[in-house]
Design a protein around this ligand. Structure first.
Ligand SMILES: O=C(O)CCC(=O)C(=O)O
Length: 270
């Protein structure tokens, strides 16, 4: 397999991401962007998310029994959410960490959570199989979240394939428990509305003790694949069919959804 350089240092120019943050992301697999948005903006998105979920439930109240989710969230309130895909703060994070040719995968869940989320990666859940193409989630918590109260926990550096595999082996051996916060190295990332948490999909992460109805939404991204085997690694959302997302796109969004648009065209042809 040919090696492709997905170096994140050197040539990137992002007004949002500093050199230190790029290195932090590369080394530890995550980086937090405090108050990139205002709390008022996030509350507006949070309320639109709640309305979307209520519509999905046919107008019923959230019963708090299990996680409720819409995916892709942006299709449930296009006027409110589409502009996020043109927002230079969010795109600045993505370009700064994955490169200016990076792509939106279409993965975009809006959630109301119930309870804790056990340890997993976003590549294959609980599995030692990690890909070599950097892909990433940006997460927005709409409510203040703290350690033991619903914030994201991560194992820094666990996106590196060797560390990922070692963790998997320890879990398989029963040494570490995916249902317990007490995994060595756990680092809680407390967050206020307006903060953006960016993390590599290969990073082991979890959340503990959140309140019922904890609101959170995500956008998923991939480095631009340079080779056929990398193209297969891009986690494009299956079933994403929105022509409207393409029709209303300006140049910036169009670049981010180019891969997704090509895939939709392909699906429509077949
Ligand atoms: O906040 C949470 O419950 C965890 C979120 C998470 O695991 C994810 O988005 O992949």
């Amino acid at each position: 397999m040919d090696k492709v350089n997905h170096s994140i240092t050197g040539s990137l120019k992002s007004p949002v991401v500093t050199e230190a943050q790029r290195h932090h992301f590369r080394t530890f697999g995550f980086v937090a962007f405090p108050q990139l948005f205002t709390p008022a903006e996030i509350e507006r998105y949070g309320q639109a998310l709640e309305r979307s979920l209520r519509r999905k439930r046919g107008g019923a109240d959230f019963d708090g029994k299990e996680r409720d989710v819409v995916n892709p969230m942006i299709e449930h309130d296009r006027d409110v959410f589409y502009p996020l895909l043109d927002d230079e703060r969010l795109l600045g994070v993505v370009d700064g960490l994955l490169g200016e040719d990076s792509l939106f995968t279409g993965g975009n869940d809006g959630n109301m959570y119930v309870g804790s989320t056990p340890w997993h990666t976003d590549v294959n859940g609980v599995s030692p199989n990690v890909h070599m193409l950097p892909t990433m989630k940006t997460a927005f918590y709409c409510d203040p979240v703290a350690d033991g109260h619903g914030c994201l926990s991560v194992i820094p550096g666990s996106h590196h394939p060797e560390v990922c595999r070692q963790l998997y082996d320890a879990i398989q051996a029963g040494v570490f428990d995916i249902n317990s916060p007490d995994v060595p190295g756990r680092t809680p990332l407390e967050s206020m509305p307006g903060d953006v948490m960016a993390f590599d999909h290969r990073l082991w992460h979890s959340s503990w003790g959140g309140k019922i109805g904890r609101r959170m939404f995500t956008f998923n991204w991939a480095s631009c694949p340079k080779q056929a085997w990398e193209e297969r690694m891009v986690p494009y959302s299956t079933g994403y069919k929105s022509e409207r997302l393409m029709e209303t796109a300006g140049a910036r969004r169009r670049q981010k959804i180019a891969g997704l648009a090509a895939r939709i065209q392909e699906m429509n042809r077949s």
